[in-house]
Design a protein around this ligand. Structure first.
Ligand code: FAD
Ligand code: DLZ
Ligand code: SF4
Length: 510
């Protein structure tokens, strides 16, 4: 039987389930660049350029493997500009016996695909995505009957199951599951990240960059210079460089933030992992080998592996078991609109200007900037989760609903009431000052909480605590904070709340 295999833009893996057990001689692979996917949120220019370049390269690789590939470019005059439209057109032209696809990463597309069999009057086989290390059903089973879901226990299960950093007697390597007490140092003065690999741009990339400039010129972010790897080979080369030169310091400076240093000691592999250019287990095994070979310390390797084997799989499990209701949650009833500087980075707050500026330039900012700067500010100011989530989904090259939503709505905004995080990641300017060098060059004074010059995070922090007291007070991890707030002199509390009201009154002008 002739099969039509649809490969999506984030399914660029040679071992993809939909490409297995089909005869390249009779199957046709369909890949399509469509406005529907490029604009369901108006993605960062670099994200579109990265994905279209990687898609075109992947199509070439498939042809070399003997597949017949029907690749529809964005400017093909017959392009219907939707994935379903392109599947329907291919079905009409090729009359395949069935359609095969690996399950999509996003709920909205999965819902849509479920109707394709009826609409196309042909079997549509949706295969599981075994590039991930935990299926949604396995996650559901793990979560069943647990009073509280905690990533740490999920992660330990996965360490045992995949025998990662485990000793033959079943104990975790180094005698502990987690070495975070050795990690997360404040940045020393002058801290700089190592130089990164850059890739030669070929004709495919240059053609895509020109097209993106022309067709998506009004989208968020700068397009050039463009440094992304766009093939599996380039992505792996970049990762090898990370393992050798960067990983040894990953743990130490995981939470550090330095002006002008967007990458520091992070891996920059999320876009490659999420598009399928490199695979999580391959990445994890390579990092473990670096430890076993004595090339990187355990605190760095364990911390790094936890992000991928733990957090990445945990957020996906949560997404698929909580959707569709999850996207609508707003536990703290936050309603304010997103301030305008999220779009242009023009704010006097040095930390926000840096995090948003990096995002505009690189379609990237690292975890602590996302969580403790832009995310924390949105949490403290009570910005509506939907607006914040849409922003995160469109500005980062690694953003897909399955990973962005739990991180933003759950981890950063506490919108799920504690499924992702056991307490809100709310912090005043003091945290940012400890973990960065931003405050020294800021127009605001991190030591002040009231007055025109006061760091906006400070009063907003206490106002957040006060206005959410009813919802958060019962949380045992908030007891100390509420004890401090309630011990505070009434006059001071009133001053802080008035200062917060002033800040919120001029939110767009900070
Ligand atoms: P590193 O710090 O080097 O970490 C290594 C890898 O671990 C990452 O590449 C990533 O695959 C994985 N990882 C680390 N933390 C997480 C996490 N919390 N959830 C899932 N995977 C994780 N990550 C995305 O891939 N896509 C998103 O859309 C996304 N949105 C986020 C939104 C918010 C508000 C926050 C707080 C975090 C978000 N993250 C997202 C998680 C994390 O910030 C990024 O994975 C990370 O910054 C990517 O940079 P890196 O590859 O240099 O990561
Ligand atoms: C993100 C994205 C973009 C910008 N464009 C396309 C596209 O033109 N064609 C395609 O197949 N996929 C694209 N993607 C990735 C999809 O949005 C992604 O596959 C779904 O969101 C499921 O995760
Ligand atoms: Fe950010 Fe406040 Fe520090 Fe300025 S003073 S950089 S606003 S934390």
């Amino acid at each position: 039987m002739k099969s039509l295999i649809l490969v999506l833009g984030d399914q660029l893996s040679a071992s993809l389930s939909s490409l297995r057990a089909v005869d390249p001689a009779t199957a046709t692979v369909l890949m399509a660049e469509v406005m529907g996917e490029a604009t369901y949120v108006p993605h960062h220019k670099k994200k579109i350029a990265f994905l279209f370049s990687a898609m075109r390269h992947f199509a070439e690789d498939l042809r070399k493997r003997g597949f017949s590939v029907r690749y529809v470019t964005l400017d093909d005059p017959d392009n219907s500009q939707s994935l379903f439209g392109e599947v329907r057109r291919a079905v009409a032209d090729l009359q395949p016996g069935n359609i095969v696809v690996t399950e999509p990463g996003e709920y909205r597309l999965m819902q849509e695909m479920r109707s394709w069999q009826r609409k196309l009057n042909r079997p549509v086989e949706i295969r599981g995505d075994d590039r991930f290390l935990c299926t949604p059903d396995e996650f559901r089973e793990w979560a069943k009957g647990r009073k509280q879901l905690r990533m740490e226990f999920f992660y330990r299960d996965k360490r045992r199951r995949y025998e990662v950093l485990m000793e033959p007697d079943g104990a975790p390597t180094g005698g502990q599951w987690n070495f975070d007490q050795d990690n997360r140092k404040s940045p020393p003065k002058g801290l700089k990240g190592p130089k990164r690999v850059s890739h030669r741009k070929d004709a495919i990339v240059n053609a895509v960059l020109d097209m993106v400039e022309e067709r998506f010129g009004d989208h968020f972010g700068t397009l050039r210079p463009f440094h992304f790897a766009v093939t599996a080979e380039q992505a792996w080369k970049e990762y090898e460089h990370f393992v050798e030169k960067v990983l040894p310091n990953f743990g130490d400076y995981q939470d550090a933030m330095v002006a002008g240093e967007p990458y520091l000691y992070h891996s920059l592999i999320s876009s490659y992992l999420n598009a399928g250019l490199i695979l999580p287990l391959q990445v994890i095994r390579r990092a473990e080998k670096a430890y076993r070979d004595g090339k990187a310390p355990l605190n760095a390797v364990e911390g790094f592996i936890r992000q991928i084997l733990g957090w990445r799989e945990y957020v996906r499990g949560l997404y698929w078991t909580q959707m569709p209701g999850y996207a609508e949650r707003n536990h703290l009833n936050a309603k304010r609109p997103l301030p305008r500087y999220y779009w242009d980075g023009k704010t006097k707050m040095a930390c926000m200007a840096a995090a948003i500026g990096d995002t505009i330039e690189h379609a990237y900012s690292h975890h602590i900037q996302r969580l403790m700067v832009t995310g924390n500010f949105a949490l403290l100011a009570g910005i509506e989760p939907k607006q914040v989530c849409d922003w995160y989904l469109l500005v980062y090259a690694d953003a897909y609903d399955w990973v962005e939503l739990p991180n933003t709505l759950g981890m950063a905004l506490y919108g799920d009431g504690g499924l992702m995080a056991s307490k809100p990641y709310a912090a005043s300017g003091k945290y940012i000052d400890r973990m960065s060098n931003f405050c020294g060059s800021c127009a605001y004074d991190v030591k002040r909480s009231t007055g025109d010059k006061a760091c906006p995070f400070n009063a907003l922090y206490w106002d957040f605590i006060a206005r959410n007291e009813k919802v958060l007070k019962g949380n045992p991890r908030m007891t100390t904070i509420y004890a401090s707030w309630n011990r505070m002199d009434e006059g001071k509390r009133q001053d802080l709340r008035q200062a917060a009201a002033d800040v919120l009154g001029r939110l767009d002008a900070l």
